[in-house]
Write a protein that binds this ligand. Structure first.
Ligand code: HEM
Length: 402
Protein backbone atom coordinates (compact mmCIF):
# COMPACT_ATOMS: atom_id res chain seq x y z
CA UNK A 1 0.00 0.00 0.00
CA UNK A 2 1.12 3.54 -0.66
CA UNK A 3 0.59 6.59 1.58
CA UNK A 4 -2.90 7.20 3.05
CA UNK A 5 -5.33 8.57 0.48
CA UNK A 6 -5.94 12.28 0.11
CA UNK A 7 -9.43 13.44 1.16
CA UNK A 8 -11.68 15.99 -0.59
CA UNK A 9 -14.51 17.45 1.45
CA UNK A 10 -17.11 17.53 -1.36
CA UNK A 11 -17.53 16.89 -5.08
CA UNK A 12 -15.92 19.88 -6.83
CA UNK A 13 -18.67 21.65 -8.77
CA UNK A 14 -17.44 25.25 -9.26
CA UNK A 15 -16.40 25.76 -12.87
CA UNK A 16 -13.75 28.41 -13.51
CA UNK A 17 -15.39 31.86 -13.88
CA UNK A 18 -16.04 32.75 -17.52
CA UNK A 19 -15.29 29.18 -18.72
CA UNK A 20 -18.67 27.43 -18.93
CA UNK A 21 -17.20 24.49 -20.87
CA UNK A 22 -14.32 23.67 -18.52
CA UNK A 23 -14.59 21.32 -15.54
CA UNK A 24 -13.83 22.64 -12.04
CA UNK A 25 -10.08 23.31 -11.78
CA UNK A 26 -9.81 21.23 -8.62
CA UNK A 27 -10.62 18.12 -10.66
CA UNK A 28 -7.52 18.62 -12.82
CA UNK A 29 -5.34 18.98 -9.71
CA UNK A 30 -6.83 15.83 -8.22
CA UNK A 31 -6.36 13.88 -11.46
CA UNK A 32 -2.70 14.85 -11.53
CA UNK A 33 -1.90 14.26 -7.87
CA UNK A 34 -4.58 11.99 -6.40
CA UNK A 35 -6.59 10.30 -9.20
CA UNK A 36 -8.20 8.11 -6.54
CA UNK A 37 -9.04 10.19 -3.49
CA UNK A 38 -11.39 9.82 -0.58
CA UNK A 39 -14.42 12.08 -0.71
CA UNK A 40 -16.99 13.14 1.85
CA UNK A 41 -20.49 12.76 0.40
CA UNK A 42 -23.34 15.17 1.33
CA UNK A 43 -24.86 12.59 3.72
CA UNK A 44 -21.55 12.19 5.57
CA UNK A 45 -20.51 8.93 3.89
CA UNK A 46 -16.77 8.83 3.22
CA UNK A 47 -16.43 7.25 -0.19
CA UNK A 48 -14.13 7.87 -3.14
CA UNK A 49 -13.67 10.16 -6.13
CA UNK A 50 -11.98 8.91 -9.31
CA UNK A 51 -10.64 11.46 -11.80
CA UNK A 52 -8.28 9.75 -14.28
CA UNK A 53 -9.47 8.19 -17.53
CA UNK A 54 -7.75 4.86 -16.86
CA UNK A 55 -9.24 4.48 -13.37
CA UNK A 56 -12.79 5.60 -14.27
CA UNK A 57 -12.76 3.12 -17.14
CA UNK A 58 -11.37 0.37 -14.89
CA UNK A 59 -14.10 0.87 -12.27
CA UNK A 60 -17.03 0.79 -14.72
CA UNK A 61 -15.62 -2.31 -16.42
CA UNK A 62 -15.20 -4.18 -13.10
CA UNK A 63 -18.12 -6.37 -11.95
CA UNK A 64 -17.00 -5.92 -8.33
CA UNK A 65 -18.49 -2.44 -8.60
CA UNK A 66 -22.28 -2.35 -8.56
CA UNK A 67 -24.91 -0.05 -10.09
CA UNK A 68 -27.58 -1.09 -7.58
CA UNK A 69 -29.39 2.07 -6.53
CA UNK A 70 -29.91 0.99 -2.93
CA UNK A 71 -26.15 0.70 -2.36
CA UNK A 72 -25.43 4.24 -3.52
CA UNK A 73 -24.72 7.44 -1.61
CA UNK A 74 -25.37 10.39 -3.87
CA UNK A 75 -22.35 12.67 -4.45
CA UNK A 76 -24.55 15.58 -5.60
CA UNK A 77 -25.50 18.30 -3.13
CA UNK A 78 -29.30 18.33 -2.76
CA UNK A 79 -29.89 15.18 -4.83
CA UNK A 80 -33.02 13.07 -4.44
CA UNK A 81 -31.22 10.58 -2.22
CA UNK A 82 -29.86 12.54 0.73
CA UNK A 83 -30.97 9.30 2.42
CA UNK A 84 -30.19 5.91 0.90
CA UNK A 85 -32.37 5.31 -2.15
CA UNK A 86 -34.73 2.34 -2.44
CA UNK A 87 -33.81 -0.51 -4.83
CA UNK A 88 -34.50 0.24 -8.49
CA UNK A 89 -38.12 -0.54 -9.42
CA UNK A 90 -38.57 -3.59 -11.68
CA UNK A 91 -37.56 -2.61 -15.23
CA UNK A 92 -35.40 0.36 -14.13
CA UNK A 93 -32.38 -1.57 -15.37
CA UNK A 94 -29.86 1.27 -15.07
CA UNK A 95 -29.95 0.58 -11.32
CA UNK A 96 -29.34 -3.18 -11.24
CA UNK A 97 -26.45 -5.57 -11.98
CA UNK A 98 -26.11 -8.68 -14.17
CA UNK A 99 -27.75 -11.13 -14.49
CA UNK A 100 -30.94 -9.10 -13.87
CA UNK A 101 -29.56 -6.25 -15.97
CA UNK A 102 -28.61 -8.61 -18.81
CA UNK A 103 -32.17 -9.86 -19.19
CA UNK A 104 -33.49 -6.37 -19.93
CA UNK A 105 -30.51 -5.32 -22.07
CA UNK A 106 -30.98 -8.42 -24.25
CA UNK A 107 -34.56 -7.41 -24.96
CA UNK A 108 -33.52 -3.90 -25.96
CA UNK A 109 -30.04 -3.94 -27.51
CA UNK A 110 -31.27 -5.14 -30.91
CA UNK A 111 -33.72 -2.26 -31.09
CA UNK A 112 -30.98 0.40 -30.77
CA UNK A 113 -28.29 -0.91 -33.16
CA UNK A 114 -26.21 1.39 -35.38
CA UNK A 115 -28.02 0.07 -38.46
CA UNK A 116 -31.51 0.59 -37.04
CA UNK A 117 -30.69 4.06 -35.81
CA UNK A 118 -29.07 5.08 -39.12
CA UNK A 119 -32.37 4.23 -40.79
CA UNK A 120 -33.88 7.05 -38.77
CA UNK A 121 -31.57 9.62 -40.37
CA UNK A 122 -34.13 10.68 -42.99
CA UNK A 123 -36.75 11.22 -40.30
CA UNK A 124 -34.33 13.29 -38.18
CA UNK A 125 -33.59 15.38 -41.29
CA UNK A 126 -37.30 16.03 -41.81
CA UNK A 127 -37.88 16.97 -38.19
CA UNK A 128 -34.86 19.28 -38.02
CA UNK A 129 -35.87 20.98 -41.31
CA UNK A 130 -39.41 21.58 -39.99
CA UNK A 131 -38.08 23.15 -36.81
CA UNK A 132 -35.54 25.29 -38.66
CA UNK A 133 -38.34 26.50 -40.97
CA UNK A 134 -40.40 27.41 -37.90
CA UNK A 135 -37.44 29.31 -36.41
CA UNK A 136 -37.00 31.21 -39.65
CA UNK A 137 -40.69 32.10 -39.77
CA UNK A 138 -40.64 33.25 -36.16
CA UNK A 139 -37.53 35.39 -36.73
CA UNK A 140 -34.80 36.31 -34.22
CA UNK A 141 -34.31 36.25 -31.31
CA UNK A 142 -35.29 32.67 -30.54
CA UNK A 143 -34.59 30.48 -27.53
CA UNK A 144 -32.78 27.58 -29.16
CA UNK A 145 -33.61 25.24 -26.27
CA UNK A 146 -37.38 25.65 -26.75
CA UNK A 147 -37.35 25.96 -30.52
CA UNK A 148 -34.89 23.23 -31.48
CA UNK A 149 -32.77 21.46 -28.86
CA UNK A 150 -35.69 20.05 -26.89
CA UNK A 151 -38.27 19.29 -29.60
CA UNK A 152 -36.02 17.40 -32.04
CA UNK A 153 -34.95 14.62 -29.61
CA UNK A 154 -38.39 14.68 -27.95
CA UNK A 155 -40.15 13.98 -31.24
CA UNK A 156 -37.68 11.22 -32.11
CA UNK A 157 -37.97 9.39 -28.79
CA UNK A 158 -41.77 9.76 -28.82
CA UNK A 159 -42.02 8.27 -32.32
CA UNK A 160 -39.64 5.47 -31.46
CA UNK A 161 -41.38 4.52 -28.22
CA UNK A 162 -44.90 5.26 -29.40
CA UNK A 163 -45.59 8.03 -26.88
CA UNK A 164 -48.03 10.77 -28.01
CA UNK A 165 -45.98 13.90 -28.74
CA UNK A 166 -49.04 16.00 -27.88
CA UNK A 167 -48.35 15.16 -24.21
CA UNK A 168 -44.81 16.52 -24.39
CA UNK A 169 -45.37 19.56 -22.17
CA UNK A 170 -46.40 17.21 -19.38
CA UNK A 171 -43.57 14.71 -19.59
CA UNK A 172 -40.84 17.22 -20.45
CA UNK A 173 -41.71 19.22 -17.34
CA UNK A 174 -41.51 16.11 -15.17
CA UNK A 175 -38.34 14.78 -16.82
CA UNK A 176 -36.68 18.14 -16.14
CA UNK A 177 -37.79 18.12 -12.49
CA UNK A 178 -36.36 14.63 -12.09
CA UNK A 179 -32.83 15.79 -12.91
CA UNK A 180 -33.04 19.16 -11.16
CA UNK A 181 -31.29 19.17 -7.80
CA UNK A 182 -32.68 22.62 -7.00
CA UNK A 183 -36.08 20.94 -6.69
CA UNK A 184 -36.87 19.61 -3.20
CA UNK A 185 -36.80 15.77 -3.00
CA UNK A 186 -40.61 15.68 -2.73
CA UNK A 187 -40.89 17.51 -6.06
CA UNK A 188 -38.45 15.10 -7.68
CA UNK A 189 -40.36 12.14 -6.31
CA UNK A 190 -43.71 13.59 -7.45
CA UNK A 191 -42.27 14.03 -10.96
CA UNK A 192 -41.16 10.40 -11.01
CA UNK A 193 -44.58 9.18 -9.84
CA UNK A 194 -46.34 11.36 -12.43
CA UNK A 195 -44.17 9.93 -15.24
CA UNK A 196 -44.79 6.42 -13.95
CA UNK A 197 -48.58 6.90 -13.87
CA UNK A 198 -48.52 8.36 -17.37
CA UNK A 199 -46.48 5.47 -18.80
CA UNK A 200 -48.54 2.91 -16.91
CA UNK A 201 -51.75 4.10 -18.58
CA UNK A 202 -49.99 4.03 -21.95
CA UNK A 203 -48.70 0.50 -21.36
CA UNK A 204 -52.19 -0.75 -20.53
CA UNK A 205 -53.49 0.83 -23.76
CA UNK A 206 -50.72 -0.85 -25.78
CA UNK A 207 -51.42 -4.22 -24.17
CA UNK A 208 -55.05 -3.90 -25.20
CA UNK A 209 -54.27 -2.61 -28.68
CA UNK A 210 -50.60 -3.30 -29.66
CA UNK A 211 -48.98 -0.63 -31.81
CA UNK A 212 -46.05 -0.77 -34.21
CA UNK A 213 -43.43 0.93 -32.04
CA UNK A 214 -40.92 0.01 -29.36
CA UNK A 215 -43.35 -0.06 -26.41
CA UNK A 216 -45.83 -1.96 -28.61
CA UNK A 217 -43.08 -4.51 -29.43
CA UNK A 218 -42.11 -4.85 -25.79
CA UNK A 219 -45.77 -5.34 -24.84
CA UNK A 220 -45.51 -8.68 -26.66
CA UNK A 221 -42.51 -9.79 -24.53
CA UNK A 222 -42.66 -11.53 -21.18
CA UNK A 223 -42.61 -8.42 -19.05
CA UNK A 224 -44.99 -7.38 -16.28
CA UNK A 225 -46.90 -4.10 -16.61
CA UNK A 226 -44.66 -2.66 -13.90
CA UNK A 227 -41.47 -3.65 -15.75
CA UNK A 228 -42.73 -2.29 -19.04
CA UNK A 229 -43.83 0.96 -17.40
CA UNK A 230 -40.43 1.53 -15.82
CA UNK A 231 -38.57 0.68 -19.01
CA UNK A 232 -40.73 3.37 -20.63
CA UNK A 233 -39.93 5.89 -17.86
CA UNK A 234 -36.20 5.16 -18.21
CA UNK A 235 -36.11 5.44 -22.00
CA UNK A 236 -38.28 8.53 -22.15
CA UNK A 237 -36.34 10.27 -19.35
CA UNK A 238 -32.95 9.33 -20.81
CA UNK A 239 -33.92 10.21 -24.37
CA UNK A 240 -35.35 13.66 -23.67
CA UNK A 241 -32.95 15.56 -21.53
CA UNK A 242 -29.53 14.28 -22.56
CA UNK A 243 -29.48 14.93 -26.30
CA UNK A 244 -31.38 18.20 -25.80
CA UNK A 245 -28.61 19.46 -23.53
CA UNK A 246 -25.90 18.30 -25.94
CA UNK A 247 -27.55 20.19 -28.79
CA UNK A 248 -27.95 23.42 -26.83
CA UNK A 249 -24.60 23.34 -25.01
CA UNK A 250 -22.91 22.10 -28.20
CA UNK A 251 -24.29 25.10 -30.11
CA UNK A 252 -23.14 27.44 -27.32
CA UNK A 253 -19.66 25.89 -27.52
CA UNK A 254 -19.55 26.28 -31.31
CA UNK A 255 -20.68 29.92 -31.11
CA UNK A 256 -17.90 30.50 -28.57
CA UNK A 257 -15.28 28.92 -30.85
CA UNK A 258 -15.79 30.71 -34.20
CA UNK A 259 -12.92 28.88 -35.92
CA UNK A 260 -14.44 25.51 -35.09
CA UNK A 261 -17.90 26.69 -36.11
CA UNK A 262 -16.52 27.88 -39.46
CA UNK A 263 -14.86 24.48 -40.01
CA UNK A 264 -18.13 22.60 -39.47
CA UNK A 265 -20.06 25.04 -41.64
CA UNK A 266 -17.53 24.72 -44.44
CA UNK A 267 -17.50 20.93 -44.26
CA UNK A 268 -20.65 19.30 -42.82
CA UNK A 269 -18.81 16.01 -43.50
CA UNK A 270 -16.95 16.78 -40.27
CA UNK A 271 -20.18 16.11 -38.38
CA UNK A 272 -19.36 12.58 -37.15
CA UNK A 273 -16.04 13.49 -35.59
CA UNK A 274 -17.32 16.89 -34.45
CA UNK A 275 -20.05 15.19 -32.43
CA UNK A 276 -17.56 12.82 -30.74
CA UNK A 277 -15.29 15.74 -29.89
CA UNK A 278 -18.18 17.81 -28.50
CA UNK A 279 -19.27 14.82 -26.41
CA UNK A 280 -15.75 14.53 -25.00
CA UNK A 281 -15.19 18.24 -24.51
CA UNK A 282 -18.55 18.97 -22.86
CA UNK A 283 -19.12 15.76 -20.82
CA UNK A 284 -22.72 16.67 -20.01
CA UNK A 285 -23.17 13.49 -17.92
CA UNK A 286 -20.29 14.67 -15.79
CA UNK A 287 -20.30 12.30 -12.79
CA UNK A 288 -21.27 8.64 -12.44
CA UNK A 289 -21.45 6.40 -9.37
CA UNK A 290 -20.77 2.80 -8.41
CA UNK A 291 -20.61 0.93 -5.07
CA UNK A 292 -18.02 -1.70 -4.16
CA UNK A 293 -19.54 -5.16 -3.59
CA UNK A 294 -16.32 -6.45 -1.97
CA UNK A 295 -12.97 -5.02 -0.94
CA UNK A 296 -11.16 -3.95 -4.10
CA UNK A 297 -7.53 -2.92 -4.37
CA UNK A 298 -7.15 -0.08 -6.82
CA UNK A 299 -4.20 2.19 -7.51
CA UNK A 300 -2.52 1.27 -4.23
CA UNK A 301 -5.60 1.77 -2.04
CA UNK A 302 -8.32 -0.54 -0.76
CA UNK A 303 -11.91 0.42 -1.50
CA UNK A 304 -13.99 -1.35 1.14
CA UNK A 305 -17.18 -3.28 0.40
CA UNK A 306 -20.16 -0.90 0.62
CA UNK A 307 -18.25 2.28 -0.19
CA UNK A 308 -19.56 4.51 -2.98
CA UNK A 309 -17.22 5.64 -5.75
CA UNK A 310 -17.97 8.84 -7.67
CA UNK A 311 -16.59 8.75 -11.22
CA UNK A 312 -15.74 12.06 -12.81
CA UNK A 313 -16.34 11.62 -16.54
CA UNK A 314 -15.54 15.28 -17.10
CA UNK A 315 -12.10 14.91 -15.50
CA UNK A 316 -11.50 11.62 -17.37
CA UNK A 317 -12.46 13.17 -20.72
CA UNK A 318 -9.87 15.92 -20.18
CA UNK A 319 -7.09 13.56 -19.06
CA UNK A 320 -3.84 14.48 -20.88
CA UNK A 321 -2.67 10.87 -20.45
CA UNK A 322 -5.48 9.85 -22.81
CA UNK A 323 -6.17 12.90 -25.02
CA UNK A 324 -3.50 15.21 -26.43
CA UNK A 325 -4.15 18.87 -25.63
CA UNK A 326 -7.38 17.88 -23.87
CA UNK A 327 -8.66 21.36 -23.02
CA UNK A 328 -8.79 22.39 -26.67
CA UNK A 329 -11.97 21.86 -28.66
CA UNK A 330 -10.74 20.51 -31.99
CA UNK A 331 -13.46 19.15 -34.26
CA UNK A 332 -10.90 17.79 -36.70
CA UNK A 333 -9.30 15.40 -34.26
CA UNK A 334 -10.39 11.76 -34.43
CA UNK A 335 -11.84 11.50 -30.93
CA UNK A 336 -12.35 7.96 -29.68
CA UNK A 337 -12.55 6.47 -26.22
CA UNK A 338 -14.35 9.32 -24.44
CA UNK A 339 -16.51 8.24 -21.52
CA UNK A 340 -19.52 10.47 -22.17
CA UNK A 341 -21.72 7.45 -22.91
CA UNK A 342 -20.15 5.49 -20.06
CA UNK A 343 -18.39 2.17 -20.56
CA UNK A 344 -19.01 -1.47 -19.63
CA UNK A 345 -22.34 -3.24 -19.36
CA UNK A 346 -24.32 -0.06 -18.63
CA UNK A 347 -22.87 1.84 -21.58
CA UNK A 348 -25.57 4.11 -23.01
CA UNK A 349 -28.27 2.13 -24.79
CA UNK A 350 -29.40 5.16 -26.79
CA UNK A 351 -25.98 6.36 -27.96
CA UNK A 352 -26.55 5.58 -31.65
CA UNK A 353 -29.85 7.44 -31.58
CA UNK A 354 -28.18 10.42 -29.87
CA UNK A 355 -25.38 10.37 -32.45
CA UNK A 356 -27.77 10.32 -35.41
CA UNK A 357 -29.73 13.23 -33.92
CA UNK A 358 -26.64 15.34 -33.23
CA UNK A 359 -24.90 14.54 -36.54
CA UNK A 360 -27.93 15.81 -38.41
CA UNK A 361 -29.15 18.61 -36.16
CA UNK A 362 -25.90 20.51 -35.50
CA UNK A 363 -24.68 20.94 -39.11
CA UNK A 364 -28.25 21.64 -40.29
CA UNK A 365 -28.57 24.48 -37.78
CA UNK A 366 -25.26 26.17 -38.52
CA UNK A 367 -25.61 25.94 -42.30
CA UNK A 368 -29.23 27.18 -42.31
CA UNK A 369 -28.21 30.29 -40.31
CA UNK A 370 -24.75 31.38 -41.49
CA UNK A 371 -24.86 34.43 -39.20
CA UNK A 372 -26.11 32.58 -36.10
CA UNK A 373 -24.94 34.25 -32.88
CA UNK A 374 -25.85 34.57 -29.22
CA UNK A 375 -28.57 37.14 -28.59
CA UNK A 376 -27.19 37.82 -25.08
CA UNK A 377 -23.64 37.93 -23.79
CA UNK A 378 -22.11 34.55 -23.06
CA UNK A 379 -21.83 35.47 -19.36
CA UNK A 380 -25.63 35.85 -19.28
CA UNK A 381 -26.41 32.35 -20.60
CA UNK A 382 -28.15 30.57 -17.70
CA UNK A 383 -26.15 27.43 -16.98
CA UNK A 384 -27.71 24.30 -15.61
CA UNK A 385 -25.24 23.64 -12.84
CA UNK A 386 -27.28 21.84 -10.20
CA UNK A 387 -28.09 18.69 -12.13
CA UNK A 388 -26.37 15.45 -13.02
CA UNK A 389 -26.79 16.58 -16.64
CA UNK A 390 -24.92 19.77 -17.46
CA UNK A 391 -26.29 22.21 -20.01
CA UNK A 392 -28.08 25.52 -20.42
CA UNK A 393 -31.60 26.47 -19.38
CA UNK A 394 -32.03 28.85 -22.31
CA UNK A 395 -29.92 29.83 -25.31
CA UNK A 396 -31.25 33.01 -26.95
CA UNK A 397 -29.84 33.20 -30.49
CA UNK A 398 -30.18 35.65 -33.36
CA UNK A 399 -29.18 35.88 -37.05
CA UNK A 400 -29.36 38.34 -39.93
CA UNK A 401 -32.56 38.05 -41.93
CA UNK A 402 -32.07 37.80 -45.70
C1 HEM B 1 -25.98 12.83 -25.76
C2 HEM B 1 -26.89 12.06 -25.25
C3 HEM B 1 -26.66 11.04 -24.17
C4 HEM B 1 -25.69 10.94 -23.23
C5 HEM B 1 -24.51 11.86 -23.01
C6 HEM B 1 -25.96 9.72 -22.47
C7 HEM B 1 -25.16 9.27 -21.43
C8 HEM B 1 -25.34 8.05 -20.78
C9 HEM B 1 -24.42 7.48 -19.81
C10 HEM B 1 -23.14 8.13 -19.31
C11 HEM B 1 -24.92 6.28 -19.44
C12 HEM B 1 -24.26 5.26 -18.46
C13 HEM B 1 -24.80 5.35 -17.08
C14 HEM B 1 -24.08 4.42 -16.11
O1 HEM B 1 -23.06 3.83 -16.43
O2 HEM B 1 -24.56 4.30 -14.98
C15 HEM B 1 -26.17 6.09 -20.13
C16 HEM B 1 -27.00 5.00 -19.98
C17 HEM B 1 -28.23 4.90 -20.60
N1 HEM B 1 -28.74 5.72 -21.58
FE1 HEM B 1 -27.88 7.37 -22.35
N2 HEM B 1 -27.10 9.14 -22.94
C18 HEM B 1 -27.55 9.90 -24.00
C19 HEM B 1 -28.67 9.65 -24.78
C20 HEM B 1 -29.55 8.63 -24.58
C21 HEM B 1 -30.75 8.42 -25.36
C22 HEM B 1 -31.20 9.25 -26.56
C23 HEM B 1 -31.38 7.35 -24.83
C24 HEM B 1 -32.68 6.79 -25.32
C25 HEM B 1 -33.01 5.67 -25.51
C26 HEM B 1 -30.55 6.85 -23.72
C27 HEM B 1 -30.83 5.76 -22.92
C28 HEM B 1 -29.99 5.25 -21.95
C29 HEM B 1 -30.29 4.06 -21.16
C30 HEM B 1 -31.56 3.24 -21.23
C31 HEM B 1 -29.20 3.85 -20.31
C32 HEM B 1 -29.04 2.73 -19.28
C33 HEM B 1 -28.25 1.62 -19.89
C34 HEM B 1 -28.01 0.45 -18.95
O3 HEM B 1 -28.08 0.63 -17.73
O4 HEM B 1 -27.76 -0.64 -19.45
N3 HEM B 1 -29.47 7.66 -23.60
N4 HEM B 1 -26.39 7.17 -20.97
Amino acid sequence: MTEPPYTVTALPTMRPPGCPFDPPEELAQLREQHPLSRMVFPDGHVGWLVTSHALVRAVVADPRFSSRHELMHSPFPGAISAERPPPAAPGMFIGVDPPEHTRYRKLLTGKFTVRRMRRLTARVEEITAEHLDAMERQGPPVDLVQAYAQPVPALMICELLGVPYADREFFQRHALALNNFDAVPEEQYAAYVALQEYLHALVLAKRADPTDDLLGDLAREELTDEELTNIGVLLLGAGLDTTANMLALGTFALLSHPGQLAALRADPGLADQAVEELLRYLSITHTGVRAALEDVELNGHVIRAGETVALSAQAANRDPERFADPDTLDLRRQTTGHLSFGHGVHQCLGQQLARVEMRVALPALVTRFPTLRLAISSAEVPLRTNSDIYGVHRLPVAWDKE
